[in-house]
Ligand binder design. Structure first.
Ligand code: F6R
Length: 282
């Protein structure tokens, strides 16, 4: 759930030709889950009720399981059930631990011999991100200024569905504003018609990939032609050797954009009091 599930999308989208995770954001596993399946239960706090219930469901169906958490009931449950537990290091918030979760998932894939050793790739990715960090901050800050008092709507190619969703979540949780995401080409078949009558003040963010289908680029151009006079459109592209690198670089820009928006709105980007208060009321 939430921040503890974001990296699973990046694994699926970033390793397009690798094994796919079936992401379950619910109390129960899909009906077909059984002894041939491996359940990776992932919760930063280790106390998220849906994750704990899904792990119980997995164990009762005879699935194999691995738990990822920074302590909590999940770690205790893993010890009691005799399943491996991967400790996630301390982080400001679960959604800031994406790098730890991502590397843990990739590490599990490697240990299962599903992918070659990822160490060199992770090293290059981390060097790439260090190299572009200042530029990402500058881009994020400029974007935050342009997004002030607008609802950011984040669109990307289908293979960036996870990244676009994480962008919107960063605006939701860090800047504490409404934000939405969707992907090309599907949005051209329905969602864009909704801009005929503007009930909010949106700003569109197009995440461009050098690897996306050329017709998707054409779709972005045509959208800009049709809507660009009425709605500000920010087109962002990223460097790096693969879509995975582009996604991570884009998320660094999203972090800075949402952080600077929070600053502009006089809000602390870290805590999510509504999420905590809601959990207590359940
Ligand atoms: C907080 C956050 C939330 C939590 C979610 C699940 O930063 O992003 O979305 O991640 O409520 O809690 P955990 O991650 O502890 O399982």
């Amino acid at each position: 759930m939430g921040g503890s599930s974001l990296p699973a999308d990046l694994v699926n989208d970033g390793f397009g030709d690798g094994p796919r995770l079936e992401i379950v954001r619910d109390y129960r596993l899909p009906a077909a889950a059984g002894p041939r399946d491996l359940c990776i239960a992932s919760s930063y706090s280790g106390n998220t009720e849906e994750t704990l219930a899904a792990l119980d469901d997995a164990l009762s169906r005879g699935c194999r399981a691995i738990a990822l958490s920074h302590g909590g009931q999940l770690e205790a449950k893993a010890a009691a059930a005799g399943i491996p537990h991967v400790p996630i290091p301390e982080s400001i918030q679960p959604r800031c631990a994406s790098g730890y979760f991502f590397a843990s998932l990739v590490g599990i894939f490697h240990r299962l011999s599903l992918i070659p050793t990822p160490e060199a790739l992770l090293d290059r990715l981390s060097k790439h991100l260090s190299g572009v960090q200042d530029a990402c901050e500058a881009r994020g800050k400029a974007l935050a200024e342009a997004l002030r008092d607008r609802v950011p709507i984040v669109y990307g190619p289908a293979e960036f569905a996870g990244a676009a969703r994480i962008w919107k979540i960063k605006f939701n949780e860090n800047a504490k504003i409404q934000s939405f995401s969707n992907v090309f080409p599907e949005l051209n078949h329905n969602e864009m018609v909704g801009f005929t009558r503007l009930l909010i003040k949106p700003a569109l963010i197009f995440l461009e990939s050098r690897f996306m289908h050329p017709r998707v680029k054409r779709r972005m151009d045509v959208m800009e032609e049709i809507l660009g006079r009425e709605i500000p459109i920010h087109r962002l592209s990223f460097a790096g050797e693969s879509p995975l690198f582009e996604m991570f670089e884009s998320l660094a820009v999203a972090d800075y954009a949402s952080y600077h928006l929070a600053q502009a709105y006089g809000i602390d980007p870290a805590p999510v009091e509504m999420v905590e208060a809601f959990k207590k009321k359940l």
